[in-house]
Design a binder for this molecule. Structure first.
Ligand code: HXC
Length: 261
């Protein structure tokens, strides 16, 4: 598919980089961009050689400054709900993607931008990044999963603070509250992303995919059922050639050579 609002590249054979590419509007998410994001994530998901997806925003200033306000301003209730559902579908795709997604937040991650980052498996922020759910300033609630993913990530009290005040937080506070995994200098962000993607790609591919699947599914299950899923997945990994290779390599004191089988 030819994309207009995003870029989908492969900086290295098994690593994808999705860039939201509307820098003039700080990468604001309109309906077309949401659909392209969903299509791109599906494209990555179909590549059995994919090992990781990096997600960022074009330009110096913003990761994504939110849903496109110029497109939303005249929405009636039904159009607004449909737009919310469209975004939810696009962002859910990151969680259903078999391989880990890593958000590289280079600037503002506001509203739908913060929600996009939170749909990824982890978040690396530049020192210049700022996060927030400022929808209340526009008279609306968050609509791409922010009320739920933020609460799961940082807890109810902090989520309520951010969602109700609409205040922006800098990268250091985002790190302190557990919203992001790591903060790096702006010029190191891309390299850090590639380093993480390469690290993921060096592990047993089946084990990484199953780990993501259980972590994602387990959040919606009770502990006993989630641990049962883990036991099942552990059994599956022990039926792979990679398990034999990984354990043999450990005992032979050499790096493992995983094949994804
Ligand atoms: C459309 C946007 C935009 C947005 C910025 N722009 N954010 N356009 N939608 N979300 C546009 C501006 O209109 C402007 O266009 C250009 O990008 C540069 O932005 P400025 O405001 O001039 O830059 P600056 O003064 O540096 O301020 C940066 C900013 C501010 C703090 C990020 O742009 C801002 O507050 N943006 C809105 C943030 C927000 O409220 N996000 C949540 C949206 S609601 P021109 O043409 O003038 O150059 C949301 C809900 C999701 O995300 C759920 C929906 C269902």
């Amino acid at each position: 598919m030819a994309y207009v609002n995003i870029l989908l590249e492969q900086p290295e054979p098994s690593i994808y980089l999705l860039t939201v590419n509307r820098p003039k509007s700080l990468n604001a998410l309109n309906a077309e961009t949401l659909d392209e994001i969903a299509a791109a994530v599906a494209e990555v998901g179909k590549d059995s050689g994919a090992r990781a997806l990096l997600v960022t925003g074009a330009g110096e200033k913003a990761f994504v400054a939110g849903a496109d306000i110029s497109q939303m301003q005249d929405f009636d209730s039904a159009q607004a709900q449909a737009f919310s559902e469209r975004g939810n579908r696009a962002f859910r795709a990151f969680e259903l993607l078999p391989v880990p997604a890593v958000a590289l937040v280079n600037g503002y991650a506001l509203g739908g931008g913060c929600e996009l980052a939170m749909a990824c498996d982890w978040i690396v922020a530049s020192e210049r990044a700022q996060f927030g759910q400022p929808e209340v300033n526009l008279g609306v609630v968050a609509g791409f999963g922010g009320t739920q993913r933020l609460t799961r990530l940082v807890g109810r009290a902090m989520a309520m603070d951010l969602l109700v005040t609409g205040r922006l937080i800098k990268a250091d506070e985002a790190l302190r509250i557990g919203l992001v995994n790591q903060v790096v200098a702006p010029e190191l962000l891309r390299d850090k992303g590639l380093e993480i993607a390469r690290m993921i790609a060096s592990k047993g591919p089946v084990a990484v995919r199953l780990t993501k699947q259980i972590v994602q599914r387990g959040q919606d299950l009770d502990l006993a059922n989630a641990c049962q899923q883990e036991a099942y997945a552990f059994g599956l990994t022990c039926a792979t050639a990679d398990q034999k290779e990984g354990m043999k390599a450990f005992l032979e004191k050499r790096p493992a050579r995983f094949t994804g089988r």
